[in-house]
Write a protein that binds this ligand. Structure first.
Ligand code: ATR
Length: 271
């Protein structure tokens, strides 16, 4: 059997749910590249071996997902500033035998959004919130964070020059043209995210309501946003655009996020 010259994959534990192989193999085919991208189920104790395979070139690059994003950064010899600032990496590759790490999550979120809001409310204060808040602040947006555990929101807010509110004080957030859910609420198997009327009333009429959850694609939050006349933004945009930015790091070309690819991933998510 012939083997592709370049091997890539997504590293996680577990990782069988990942749509990254579908997305990257679509682009590999579209660009006629001699490469293959697969799931690489990796327990923590196998990470040093993985780093070795990257440094040696046996692997051209990997995406990193739960629970290894922080560890990925620790293994790298030369993190990109965004990854270092974010405390985690989702993209690894080697240059001259040195392991490099970057995070494309925040930039992927903004690319999926298409334009920068001026005032954003971010729900949650975990790793995903961190990436998104950093990208929003770098792009010049004002950010208010709300989180069930207020202390986490306050720590993030202080680090990135944002404001913090307790979960039950969300109605005080004021006008915003973006609200984004980065919590796990709304994910399959988790309770839905329900916002008090005061939050909806405070959004500007043209506000977009985004969810980074993509399973299911239409969360209760997005259904409610649409019902109230706000533009819903599902989690697929971020998923596809963070992948496109990783692909560009490895292959030097930014692949297109097309309607065809979106439909392909959507069909897989609902299969
Ligand atoms: P990730 O790195 O994917 O962002 P995380 O660090 O585990 O994941 O963060 C999950 C986020 O979802 C947190 O903001 C968490 O709130 P806490 O900081 O209070 O834990 C939020 N979250 C999870 N379950 C929640 C629930 N039932 N109600 C409200 N927030 C919840």
């Amino acid at each position: 059997m012939s083997r592709a010259t370049h091997r890539l994959g997504v590293v996680g534990w577990p990782v069988s749910h990942s749509r990254s192989p579908l997305i990257h193999n679509h682009w590999i085919a579209a660009h006629g590249l001699d490469a293959t991208y697969e799931t690489l189920p990796t327990p923590a104790e196998a990470l040093p071996g993985l780093a070795k395979r990257l440094r040696s070139g046996a692997l051209k690059g990997v995406n990193v997902t739960v629970p290894h994003k922080e560890a990925a950064l620790a293994f790298s010899d030369a993190p990109e500033p965004p990854a270092k600032r974010l405390g985690g990496a989702n993209t690894l590759w080697a240059e001259n035998g040195r392991l490099r790490a970057a995070s494309t999550d925040g930039a992927g979120f903004l690319a999926g959004l298409g334009s920068t809001p001026s005032r954003a409310i971010v729900l949650g204060a975990g790793g995903a919130a961190r990436a998104i808040v950093a990208a929003l602040r770098d792009a010049g947006a004002e950010v208010t964070l709300a989180n069930r555990t207020l202390a986490r929101a306050e720590t993030l807010a202080e680090e990135f020059g944002a404001a913090a509110l307790p979960w039950d004080g969300l109605s005080e957030a004021g006008a915003a043209d973006l609200l984004v859910n980065t919590t796990s609420l709304g994910m399959t198997g988790q309770p839905p995210l329900r916002l008090p009327d005061g939050v909806w009333d405070g959004l500007s009429p043209s506000a977009r309501v985004a969810d980074i959850v993509y399973a299911p694609l239409e969360t209760a939050l997005l259904t409610e946003a649409g019902r109230r006349g706000f533009a819903p933004v599902d989690g697929l945009g971020m998923l596809l655009h963070q992948a496109a930015l990783s692909f560009e790091i490895w292959f030097g070309v930014r692949p297109a996020v097309t309607a065809e690819l979106r439909a392909l991933v959507e069909a897989d998510l609902t299969a």
